[in-house]
Ligand binder design. Structure first.
Ligand SMILES: Nc1ncnc2c1ncn2[C@@H]1O[C@H](COP(=O)(O)OP(=O)(O)OP(=O)(O)O)[C@@H](O)[C@H]1O
Ligand SMILES: [Mg+2]
Length: 248
């Protein structure tokens, strides 16, 4: 089943004459982990915001489960590089924010937020504020908030790049677990990353973008069961393919 279809998406900022993105197309199928790599400033974050319905494309369209995306939708959630937690809200209230588009009553929201924090190893931190947490713990709150509304698609913008490698590795496994676990709503992930190794480690499909005006240079499919051996030649071959496409 097709979760997302990005079709000929072009984009230009209102105050500028030149398109920053030109006719970008790709799909994300059910069960797929899709990574987007490309040069700095090429419009990766903009593309993710367009997919989420936070920004409208200048032309082209995005379909979520065959329906045109016209605004934000609780079935697609965002995970941010800088976590984007609100410092004046407790950890539990930050996770509750992820439920704001649902029609649960307040008691149910409280309970669900507490349960999610517990599931992510943050039981006991409900009433604390994000400033007492490490980067990895903050991103766990960010992920708990993102999955609170039982989204089918998770959109992640460099979610692990500000974390130390060990913490990042643990969170990567958590995301793969969610994707592969049939009892968890998430059934497709689209991640922007600068980290080519991370893209090969996780992805079923890697979208390589060009410089501005940004277009799709190459789509590399990785038909390989996870976990993947990073030291194998198969792994480095795929990394080389990505570097070659980026350098082209
Ligand atoms: N409000 C705006 N008006 C005009 N141009 C903008 C505006 N906001 C961003 N841009 C430009 O749009 C381009 C794409 O920005 P975007 O943040 O999507 O890129 P990115 O690939 O995510 O970058 P990075 O790799 O640094 O995260 C950038 O060149 C940026 O300068
Ligand atoms: Mg960006």
């Amino acid at each position: 089943m097709r979760m997302l279809s990005v079709e000929n998406v072009s984009f230009l900022y209102e105050n500028s004459a030149q398109e920053i993105m030109s006719k970008v197309s790709f799909t994300a199928e059910k069960g797929e982990f899709v990574s987007i790599v490309g040069p700095s400033g090429c419009g990766k974050s903009t593309l993710l915001r367009i997919i989420a319905g936070l920004v409208q494309p200048s032309s082209g369209r995005v379909l979520f489960m065959d329906k045109k995306v016209e605004g934000p939708n609780s079935k697609m959630s965002f995970v941010f590089q800088d976590f984007a937690l609100l410092p004046w809200l407790t950890n539990q209230d930050n996770v509750k924010m992820g439920l704001s588009m649902t029609d649960l009553d307040d008691d149910s929201k409280e309970a669900k937020a507490a349960e999610l924090l517990d599931r992510f190893g943050l039981g006991g931190f409900e009433k604390y504020y994000p400033n007492v947490l490490s980067g990895g713990m903050k991103q766990r709150v960010g992920i708990a908030r993102a999955i609170a509304s039982d989204p089918q698609v998770l959109l992640m913008d460099e979610p692990f790049s500000s974390l130390d490698e060990l913490t990042a590795e643990t969170l990567r496994s958590d995301i793969i677990y969610m994707l592969e676990n049939k009892n968890i709503s998430v059934n497709s992930v689209v991640m922007v990353t600068h980290n080519v190794e991370e893209a090969v480690e996780l992805s079923d499909k890697i979208i390589v973008l060009s410089n501005k005006p940004t277009h799709v240079k190459r789509i590399i499919k990785v038909l390989w069961k996870r976990p993947r051996d990073k030291r194998s030649s198969r792994f480095t071959d795929i990394m080389d393919q990505i570097y070659a496409a980026l350098a082209q």
